[in-house]
Design a protein around this ligand. Structure first.
Ligand code: FAD
Length: 131
């Protein structure tokens, strides 16, 4: 899959540099896709592939406030985590969950979904396009 975001370009360069310098310890290029963009005073970020999912759950914030974090489920896996108006550190634990292919049932999103406390739990209606 072609990913045209800055972080992906930088991570490719890091992998190439590592493999040139350490041919005895080559690393596969297997990033967790990420982008961020500042749109006026709102920072949009996403880890993973927010497309073709089966469910999404707002696990932090509120869509109406413009500050939120949404977990996407595809099959039995967490597949993406888009967010708006939140600092990067808020997403880091979710990046780790994606990097380790964490089952949905082991995420905070599953807890929110099971409790039905999330006000915006739905089947997929819209998909975030690449920035
Ligand atoms: C308007 C716009 C907004 C964007 N906003 C975001 C964003 O908010 N967040 C995000 O993550 N990504 C964003 N992107 C995407 C991001 O900029 C790119 O994914 C990233 O810059 C790609 O990096 P790169 O190093 O692969 O290519 P580039 O940054 O395009 O660098 C390629 C370089 O190679 C040089 N070059 C090309 N051909 C030759 C040649 N023959 N000889 C010598 N030099 C050459 C070019 O001059 C250029 O300097 C945006 C892109 C655009 C166009």
């Amino acid at each position: 899959m072609r990913v045209e975001h800055r972080t992906n370009a930088a991570e490719q360069a890091l992998t190439v540099a590592h493999n040139l310098l350490h041919p005895d310890r080559p690393r596969a290029f297997a990033p967790v896709p990420y982008f961020w963009t500042d749109q006026y005073d709102v920072r949009l970020q996403a880890y993973g592939h927010p497309r073709g999912h089966d469910e999404h759950v707002v696990v932090e914030g509120d869509l109406t406030q413009g500050r939120f974090l949404v977990a996407y489920r595809t099959g039995d896996r967490l597949s993406a985590v888009p967010a708006a108006g939140l600092p990067p550190r808020t997403l880091r634990p979710w990046r780790e969950a994606l990097a380790t292919d964490t089952p949905w049932t082991a995420t905070a999103a599953a807890t929110a979904s099971a409790r039905s406390v999330a006000p915006h739990t739905t089947a997929p209606a819209t998909h975030m396009e690449d920035a």
